[in-house]
Design a protein around this ligand. Structure first.
Ligand SMILES: [Zn+2]
Length: 121
């Protein structure tokens, strides 16, 4: 029983790997599209960019899967639209390699805009 992993944690691991692979692939394709733009190969640029954007759209919800945020004012815990979160200031810190602990979000309960603490599952 010791070595037996629950199907839930196995799925979580698979999701993490898929997120990393898709994220890197998206980055590589973005780099390719820039190279194509420099060489004025606009057809290739469009193709690479389109694939990179599609990959990013798939990756974003996986990246924030199960994340919960806690409002500092009323203590209400809530989930947020991952696409919205990706474009917040807090997300930029994640791209630099440091995990974001606080993200400025609007609480759905008390409607105050403050730095909410991120809790990983
Ligand atoms: Zn609140």
């Amino acid at each position: 029983m010791k070595n037996k992993k629950s199907p839930r944690s196995f799925l979580d691991n698979v999701c993490t790997y898929v997120t990393i692979i898709l994220g890197s692939l998206s980055g590589i394709l973005f780099a390719f599209s820039i190279v194509c733009a420099v060489n004025h190969s606009w057809t290739e640029f469009g193709i690479y960019l389109a694939i990179a954007i599609v990959l990013l759209i798939i990756t974003i919800p996986l990246m924030f899967r199960g994340d919960i945020y806690k409002c500092p004012k009323c203590g209400h815990e809530f989930k947020i639209n991952p696409y919205k979160l990706f474009f917040t200031k807090g997300m930029l810190c994640d791209l630099e390699g440091t995990p974001t602990k606080y993200v400025k979000l609007k609480c759905p309960k008390c409607h105050s805009k403050d730095y909410c603490k991120r809790r990983w599952k």
